[in-house]
Design a protein around this ligand. Structure first.
Ligand code: NAD
Length: 489
């Protein structure tokens, strides 16, 4: 197994006000490689005092010094430089991400890290284009609007795309002139710390980006409760999102939420079946299924069910878990033992509720045998009311459900609390667009799956959250709109 880190991972400190500091308590926690069980390094265990310090640094940098005085074009130049440095350090960042998360190095280096660079460059371009308007009001008055930064943003991210999802928040927040305290997930903090270093190298003034790490939910809670936070940008589970909304109600902090999903992937009989099989397997097995938009509910037209499922099972069986550090690997290790236990629990539930296990379902032995490897898993003959068809598993487990007509499948697809993404496979262009309109989801893919671009907005309907990330729409959530009246009489 080639997972021996060719990279010395140094112990992580907190990045506050441009300085690397230990936690006020002096405590640390350990972060491990899920593919081997080996400890990678120790990280600083931040607590309330460290949250106070990071908030003070972010507030100071927002209110005075180089950042508020900087022109939008200078901000844009720094963002562009961050993007270029992310490209320059692609190999190191990709390796850190893979060691920490267990995702294939192919995904880290060829997909995640390049998109991080693109996101920073995309928002570099926006820095100079965030502006208000003049408004044709009645009477002898001039009315115009100003788009102002909100203030200090608490950016809280999960472990599945650690650096990528941090970039979705940090880049637009900085483009609009905010300052940020970034909190990565406990299992995957390494690339957030490296990003802080890169931002400093790019010339970002001290205190504009701060990073705090911790091993428990208390750190996120301390951030959410802190009176110094003006906006919370959260990606994570729906349960945590609900708690954040409750906690932030008393101060009415601005909140955007990117939450869970249980996305329907609908294959009609007139689809290009080989393309749909590829889309269905990639839709659930990319990122080991630990993807918010994973196509975890597969609706298959009864007319092609047997042929389609046979092809799909063959492809699932070919997708075997491998050493994440091997460039040829396309399916890595789940992120942790806890996640493995949770996913295995759903597999047991699928079997006990009567779904038919047709591929995978077992742990796989890769390398030293201590990694969190699971076979890509497919259940057929799933009913819409089964647990595996209703709840987000967040692992490589596909639930295939048969349907007979268009209205039935639209009803079934929408009969779920989530509304993050959906896909439709058909050669009938009219049907494709009609179904896309009816699906309650923030993103609909037609004859494709898992496309992302810094310019294309992403976010959820229903229990998948509110607000949008990426594109122009994210910027609305990092600015306040001020209306100014001038008496011209
Ligand atoms: P999680 O909600 O447990 O944790 C997410 C982040 O919030 C972590 O940094 C965590 O430490 C922090 N946190 C935990 N409790 C908190 C609290 N009470 N207050 C503030 N912060 C707190 O989620 P997870 O298990 O890390 O991630 C998986 C979930 O994220 C899945 O549901 C997945 O669908 C979702 N997700 C959504 C998107 C999207 O764009 N919609 C993208 C990726 C992941």
């Amino acid at each position: 197994m080639a997972t021996a880190p060719q990279l010395q991972v140094k112990p992580g400190k907190l990045f506050i006000g441009g300085m690397w500091v230990d936690a006020a308590s002096g405590k640390t926690f350990s972060t491990t490689n899920p593919a081997t069980g080996d400890e990678l390094t120790v990280l600083a265990e931040a607590g309330e005092r460290d949250v106070d310090a990071s908030m003070a640094a972010a507030r100071k940098a927002f209110a005075s010094g180089a950042w508020p005085d900087m022109s939008a074009s200078e901000r844009g130049k720094i963002l562009w430089k961050i993007g270029d440095l992310v490209d320059k350090y692609n190999e190191e960042l990709g390796t850190l991400e893979t060691l920490d998360n267990g995702k294939p190095i192919f995904e880290s280096r060829q997909v995640d890290v390049p998109m991080v660079a693109e996101v920073f460059r995309y928002y570099a371009g926006w820095a100079t284009k965030i502006h208000g308007e003049t408004v044709p009001v009645k009477g002898p008055f001039l009315n115009y609007t100003l788009r102002e930064p909100i203030g200090v943003v608490a950016a809280i991210v999960p472990w599945n795309f650690p650096l990528l999802l941090a970039s979705w928040k940090v880049a637009p927040a900085l483009a609009a002139g905010n300052t940020v305290v970034l909190k990565p997930a406990p299992w995957t903090s390494l690339t957030a710390l490296r990003l802080a270093e890169i931002c400093q190298e790019a010339g970002l003034p001290d205190g504009v980006l701060n990073v705090v790490t911790g091993s428990t939910r208390d750190l996120g809670r301390a951030l959410v409760r802190h009176p110094g936070v003006n906006k919370i940008s959260f990606t994570g589970s729906t349960v945590t999102g609900q708690e954040i909304v409750r906690e932030s109600a008393s101060t009415l902090k601005r909140v955007t939420l990117e939450l869970g999903g249980k996305s329907p992937n609908i294959v009609f009989a007139d689809a290009d079946l080989d393309a749909a099989v590829r889309g269905a397997t990639m839709g659930i097995f990319y990122g080991k299924g630990e993807v918010c938009a994973a196509g975890s509910r597969l609706y298959v037209d009864k007319k092609i069910h047997d042929e389609f499922m046979q092809k799909l099972i063959e492809r699932a069986n070919k997708t075997q878990p491998g050493d994440p550090m091997d460039p040829k690997t396309r399916f890595g290790s789940l992120v942790s033992a806890e996640q493995m236990q949770k996913v295995m629990g759903y597999i047991e539930k699928g079997k006990s509720e009567g779904a038919k296990l047709v591929a995978g379902g077992e742990r796989a032995n890769v390398g030293n045998g201590k990694g969190m490897f699971l076979q890509p898993t497919v259940f057929d003959a799933v009913r819409g009311d089964m647990t595996i068809a209703q709840e987000e598993i967040f692992g490589p487990v596909l639930a295939a459900i048969e349907f007979t007509d268009v209205d039935e499948v639209i009803r079934a697809a929408n009969n779920n609390p989530y509304g993050l993404a959906a896909a439709v496979w058909t050669r009938d262009i009219g049907k494709a667009h009609r179904v896309a309109r009816k699906l309650q989801a923030g993103t609909v893919w037609i004859n494709t799956y898992n496309n992302y671009d810094p310019a294309a907005a992403f976010g959820g309907y229903k229990m998948s959250g509110y607000g949008r990330e990426l594109g122009i729409h994210a910027l609305e959530h990092y600015t306040e709109l001020k209306s100014v009246w001038v008496n011209l009489a």
